[in-house]
Design a protein around this ligand. Structure first.
Ligand SMILES: C[S@@+](CC[C@H](N)C(=O)[O-])C[C@H]1O[C@@H](n2cnc3c(N)ncnc32)[C@H](O)[C@@H]1O
Length: 202
């Protein structure tokens, strides 16, 4: 099983809340791609943070969560939104109480329907270099590119650049630096963080 957990990278979630959301919150459609989402804790953590900060405009958000998923089970896990309590222990108490409820299975909780509706799963291989959508407002891709060869990383990042809308955002894990071949395609949003903004091709 892929390694992941809820609220794994709170710093990036807060950067998205503080820098991306103010820019896009008035939109009718806000399309986000979580590439390499594993079993769902990452897209659901993002959905929770967005719901908390956006209120009713959260209904305009769609998170397309994708993974190559060698187990073949991520789709049913994410669509069902049911997780053992063991995986939910880190979630702050107030948030846990607002967004999770018991569903009859001992020690398991299901995430709120509003969040399940927001996250749409699809199996997808990033190395196909085919974007799942165009004109995305934000792409989140964390702890995935490190598994690829350098040339593959460059090609995937170029594909992300194509898939983003003008001025769209890209979030990588803290330790993932942009290869120099794509540094002209993205500009940092804040210093010392891996949140970038698309720069148009010159
Ligand atoms: C370490 S997990 C990271 C999960 C999540 N992004 C996080 O940071 O918590 C890496 C994920 O990348 C996925 N992955 C690996 N190669 C991939 C590929 N070529 N296309 C899409 N996903 C891939 C794996 O299946 C796994 O779920």
């Amino acid at each position: 099983m892929a390694f992941t957990y809820f609220f794994r990278d709170l710093q990036t979630l807060h950067l998205i809340r503080d820098h991306v959301i103010p820019d896009v919150r008035s939109r009718r459609y806000i399309k986000i791609w979580d590439a390499g989402c594993a079993m769902g804790p990452e897209p659901y953590s993002l959905a929770i943070v967005l719901r908390e900060s956006m209120g009713s405009t959260f209904r305009n958000v769609k998170i397309y969560a994708t993974d190559i998923d060698e187990s073949g089970h991520f789709g049913e896990i994410i669509t069902g939104g049911e997780y053992p309590y063991d995986q939910l222990k880190r979630i702050p108490k107030g948030i846990f109480e607002r967004y999770f409820r018991e569903n009859g299975k001992p020690d398991h909780f299901v995430i709120a329907e509003e969040l399940r509706r927001c996250v749409e799963y699809q199996r997808h291989d990033l190395l196909s270099l085919e974007p799942i959508r165009e004109n995305l407002a934000l792409i989140v891709c964390k702890n995935v590119l490190l598994h690829f060869r350098k040339s593959e990383r460059v090609n995937v990042l170029r594909m992300f650049h194509r898939a983003l809308e003008r001025g769209g955002y890209l979030a990588l894990e803290q330790t993932q630096k942009l290869p120099w071949k794509v540094t002209e395609l993205f500009e940092p949003v804040v210093a010392n963080a891996q949140l970038f903004r698309k720069v148009e091709d010159r």
